[in-house]
Structure formats: C-alpha cells, structure tokens
Ligand binder design. Structure first.
Ligand code: IMP
Length: 177
C-alpha cells in the first residue's frame, strides 16, 4: 500500500496500523475547496498511476471561529503555528474544537472510497508536550488530560481522527466521532 504524503508525522501513525505501508512523496495539487472530502476526491483523480494508495487530508476546526482553520489548517500552521493560535485565542472562553481526517483510498482498479474520523477536544492555553506533529501540542481530546503531543503514537491512534478513519477503512466503514 502506498501512503501518499510528505508528512512524516502522519506516516508514522499509518505505519503502526499498516506495517507494510510505503511512504510515497510524489506531491499532488490540493485544490482550494470547502470540505476535506472535495480536496481528497480531486487529488485522488490525479494519482491513479500510484494505486493502490491512501491519501489523507486533515484539519483542525475551532468552534469559536466557526470551524476555522479547517481546510486552511496547513496554511495556518505554516503562518501562525501553534503559538499564533494560542495568541489568537488568548481571551476565548469557548475552546471547543475538533480534528477531522478524511482518508481517500484508491484500489488497483481505480475505485475510490472515502473514510472519515472526527475527534472532539479543546484547545489548551499553552503548548504541552513535544511528541506528535502539527497542532498536537495544543489539542486535548475530550475525556482526556494530555495533549496528543504528550501520548504515544499507539495511544493517539486509539482515539484520534486518523485512527478512527483507519478503523473505518479496515473494519467497519462507519464514520466515528
Ligand atoms: P494536511 O492534511 O496535511 O493538509 O494537514 C493540515 C494541517 O493540519 C497541517 O499543518 C498538519 O500539520 C495539521 N494536522 C493534520 N493532522 C494532524 C494531527 O493529527 N495532529 C496535529 N496536526 C495535524
């Protein structure tokens, strides 16, 4: 199975579930769209020669900002980073947010399927932890005390948006939250 990504952090999470996975850094164009699903569907079409494959588009959706950064999460990570988000939310009372992950799977015949996982949580008031990647140091999943950056990859996979999307792909095809 080819995992098409340039993100080492994501690949590490896939590798725990798909030990035979190969990281394939071919780069593809992400269209600007309103949903992760649209981004994934459009990208898959351009990657047919690499099938069977998985691509993954994810984002952090913050309630206080009606879901922003959402599909713009990569750009906001690049420009503001975790520190910028904390600064923006300095006085925000509503710190509810969620991570969403959409996995696009294309089999060797070119059939496409999408799988989604969602994990609700809150944005911390400070950076916590050094593990993981991206927004992990500022996100605590509901009913937990540690951020994604303070737990192991195995623990993150059990509760994360990506872990849920992988489970849907492998087992029950249910969208879980
Ligand atoms: P993309 O799916 O690679 O476009 O990711 C969008 C942005 O969200 C990037 O800046 C990632 O670092 C971040 N991101 C995606 N998944 C996660 C995650 O599981 N934890 C923390 N940040 C993530």
């Amino acid at each position: 199975m080819n995992i098409i990504t340039s993100n080492e952090g994501k690949f590490k999470e896939y590798k725990k579930i798909f030990p035979e996975a190969r990281m394939h850094n071919v780069g593809y164009h992400e269209i600007q769209a309103d949903t992760l699903e649209e981004v994934v569907e459009q990208a898959l079409i351009t990657l047919k020669e690499h099938a069977p494959l998985i691509i993954d588009d994810s984002g952090l959706f913050i309630d206080e900002y009606d879901g922003f950064p959402g599909v713009y999460s990569a750009y906001v990570m690049h420009t503001l980073g975790c520190k910028g988000i904390l600064k923006l939310m300095k006085d925000a009372d509503n710190r509810n947010s969620r991570f969403e992950c959409v996995i696009g799977y294309m089999d060797s015949t070119g059939n496409i399927e999408l799988f989604k996982g969602i994990t609700d949580g809150i944005i911390t008031k400070e950076i916590r932890g050094t593990g993981g990647f991206g927004y992990d140091p500022i996100f605590i999943p509901v009913n937990h005390e540690k951020t994604f950056a303070q737990i192991t990859t195995e623990e993150k996979n059990k509760i994360s948006h990506r872990g849920k999307a992988m489970k849907a792909l492998l087992i029950d095809r249910e969208i879980t939250r």
